[in-house]
Design a protein around this ligand. Structure first.
Ligand SMILES: [Zn+2]
Length: 498
C-alpha cells in the first residue's frame, strides 16, 4: 500500500481508532524486531486492513449504541420482556450473526466453538450438571445478585442454546462440529449429512446446567434449545426435546432415510419443533404494515454498520408490535408449558424477531451474503466488537487467564482461518493473520481504579504472551500478529493497546 493510500484509509477512521492502529503497529514491530521490508509489510497490512476496520467499526457502533435514542429503545425492550436476564450461546462462526438472533444490549451473547459452553458434574450428592464456564457463570451471578438487591424477588431468566447447521448444504455447516464428527474416521459427507445435530446433544449433556447454576444462585431459568440455520439465518426451537424423546425410545432423532430439511419440515408440521421460517407466511402482512407505518420503504442494509442502531431499533420495535398482536396459538404448547408469562414473551419475541429480521433484511434462502464465511480476524477475550456486521471476527469468548481449552479453541479457529481468509480477499503471502486478545476494564465497579486497570493489563499481556508462544513461528515471520486491547466495560470503547 502506498503512503497516499495509507493516508486515505486512515482518514476514514475515528481519531480514537487511528491512535490505536498506530500504537498497535509500533508495538507489533517491536515484538518481531526489524526483519526487512517484506516482514514489515505483512504486519502493517494485517493491522491496517483487518485490525483497523474491526476496531473502527466497534468504536463507531459503541458510540451509536451509547446514544439516548438507542438507550431508550434498550431500556424499553428490557421492560417489555420483563425478565431479569436473557442469554444466548452462539458458535464462534461469523456466519451466525448476533443481530439475526438478539438486540444489542438486551440479551447477553457468548460465543463458543460449536455453541457449547463448558459444564461439569457438581460435587454435591445429586451430581447435577452445572456451568464451569467462568465468563458466563460470572455474568449470571452478577445479574442475579443485582436483581435480588434491587428488586428483592426471585430473578427470572431465559437462555437460548443449540447447534447451528446449513440445512441445504450440511457439509458446510458448523466447522467445529465437523472437526469433532470427522475426528473418529467418518468422512464429512456422512458425518455431517444430518447437520451433526444429534452429535451436538450427545456431546453437550449440560443443557440443564444453566437452570441448575441459576437456581443455586437464587434465580429461576428456562433454557430453550435454539438452532441456527446458515441457509436462511432462521431459527429452530425444540430440537433438544426431539432428541431426548428419541433417545428414551432407543431410536435416532431424525429419519436417516430423509434429508435434514425433510426431517425438520416434518417435525415442524407435527408441532414437535418451531421453525421461524415456517412463520413467514403467517406474519408477512403484519410486518409489511408495521414497516410502512415506520416509513420503511426499502430493505434494511443489514451489513452496513452506519445503520446498525437504527436497523436494530426497526427490527426490535416491529417484532415487539407483532408479539403484542400475535397471541399464543402459533407456539407449540409443549415448548412453553409451565413457564411464566415473561418467559413465554421472551420466547415469542425472539422467534418473531427473527422473522422480522429476515423479512426486513431481505434474507433469501441460499442467497444472502453470510452464506459463506465472512471472518477476517480472530478475537479472544471477554469483550470486543461482538456486534460488527461488516468486519466480522471469529470470536472465542474467554475470561481471566487463558486455559488450555481456550488455547485449543483459538488454534482450531486459526487453522480454519487459513482456508477461509483467502476466499475473503486476504492474500496470506502479503498479510499477517490477526489475533486480538481483549481485556475488560470495569473500573467503575471498584474503588481502586488504578490497581484494577493494572490487573487487567497484566492479565491481557500474559494472555498475549501465551498465544505468542503457541504461534511463535508465525509471530517471528510476521504471519501471525497477536496484540492485546483493553476495552471499557461501560462504554464498550477500546482504551489502549498493550
Ligand atoms: Zn459452528
Amino acid at each position: 500500500m502506498s503512503k497516499e493510500n495509507i493516508k486515505k484509509v486512515m482518514s476514514q477512521f475515528d481519531p480514537l481508532s487511528r491512535d490505536l492502529i498506530e500504537d498497535a503497529c509500533e508495538k507489533a514491530m517491536k515484538v518481531t524486531g526489524e526483519k526487512g521490508a517484506q516482514h514489515k509489510m505483512m504486519v502493517w497490512n494485517g493491522i491496517l486492513r483487518r485490525f483497523g476496520p474491526y476496531v473502527d467499526e466497534g468504536v463507531k457502533s459503541a458510540r451509536k449504541f451509547g446514544s439516548d435514542e438507542y438507550s431508550e429503545f434498550k431500556d424499553g425492550m428490557r421492560e417489555f420482556l420483563g425478565v431479569d436476564g436473557v442469554g444466548v450461546v452462539l458458535c464462534s462462526d461469523g456466519r451466525v450473526l448476533p443481530m439475526s438472533v438478539v438486540d444489542y444490549g438486551v440479551a447477553k451473547i457468548s460465543k463458543r466453538p460449536g455453541g457449547i459452553p463448558e459444564t461439569r458434574r457438581s460435587t454435591g450428592p445429586e451430581g447435577k450438571r452445572v456451568l464451569c464456564d467462568p465468563e458466563i457463570k460470572g455474568h449470571l451471578a452478577y445479574t442475579i445478585e443485582k436483581s435480588l438487591r434491587e428488586k428483592g424477588k426471585e430473578p427470572v431468566m431465559v437462555q437460548f442454546i443449540g447447534p447451528h447447521f446449513n440445512s441445504e448444504n450440511p457439509v458446510h455447516g458448523c466447522g467445529a462440529a465437523k472437526i469433532e464428527a470427522t475426528s473418529r474416521g467418518r468422512p464429512a459427507v456422512t458425518a455431517m449429512r444430518l447437520g451433526a445435530v444429534s452429535d451436538f446433544f450427545e456431546r453437550f449433556d449440560g443443557h440443564d446446567a444453566f437452570d441448575n447454576t441459576i437456581k443455586r444462585h437464587g434465580g429461576l431459568n428456562k433454557t430453550f434449545s435454539m438452532a441456527h440455520d446458515i441457509k436462511d439465518q432462521s431459527l429452530t426451537f425444540g430440537l433438544k426435546e426431539v432428541y431426548d424423546r428419541a433417545k428414551s425410545e432407543g431410536r435416532n432423532m431424525f429419519d436417516e432415510y430423509k434429508t435434514l430439511p425433510e426431517n425438520l419440515v416434518e417435525l415442524n408440521m407435527k408441532g414437535n419443533i418451531l421453525m421461524t421460517s415456517g412463520l413467514d407466511k403467517k406474519f408477512v402482512g403484519d410486518i409489511d404494515k408495521f414497516a410502512r407505518a415506520r416509513g420503511l420503504e426499502k430493505f434494511l442494509q443489514i451489513r452496513n454498520p452506519d445503520f446498525i442502531d437504527s436497523n436494530i431499533i426497526h427490527i426490535g420495535s416491529i417484532a415487539r408490535q407483532l408479539t403484542e398482536k400475535a397471541g399464543l396459538d402459533w407456539m407449540p404448547g409443549h415448548l412453553i408449558e409451565g413457564l411464566s408469562d415473561e418467559q413465554v414473551r421472551v420466547f415469542a419475541y425472539h422467534a418473531l424477531r427473527n422473522v422480522v429480521y429476515r423479512k426486513l433484511g431481505n434474507i433469501k434462502p441460499n442467497n444472502h451474503d453470510l452464506i459463506d464465511h465472512p471472518e477476517e480476524l480472530i478475537r479472544v477475550g471477554p469483550i470486543g466488537a461482538a456486534h460488527n456486521v461488516r468486519t466480522i471476527p471469529f470470536i472465542e469468548s474467554t475470561s481471566g487467564t487463558l486455559n488450555s481449552k481456550d488455547v485449543e479453541g483459538v488454534k482450531a479457529l486459526y487453522g480454519l482461518s487459513g482456508d477461509i481468509y483467502p476466499n475473503n480477499g486476504i492474500d496470506l503471502r502479503y498479510e499477517g493473520r490477526v489475533i486480538v486478545v481483549t481485556g475488560k476494564y470495569s473500573g467503575a465497579r471498584h474503588l481502586d481504579e488504578r490497581r484494577e486497570i493494572w490487573g487487567v493489563e497484566s492479565e491481557t499481556r500474559t494472555n498475549v504472551a501465551c498465544l505468542r508462544r503457541e504461534f511463535d513461528e508465525g509471530v517471528r515471520n510476521g504471519e501471525t500478529i497477536i496484540m492485546g486491547v483493553i476495552y471499557d466495560e461501560k462504554t464498550k470503547l477500546p482504551i489502549k493497546v498493550v
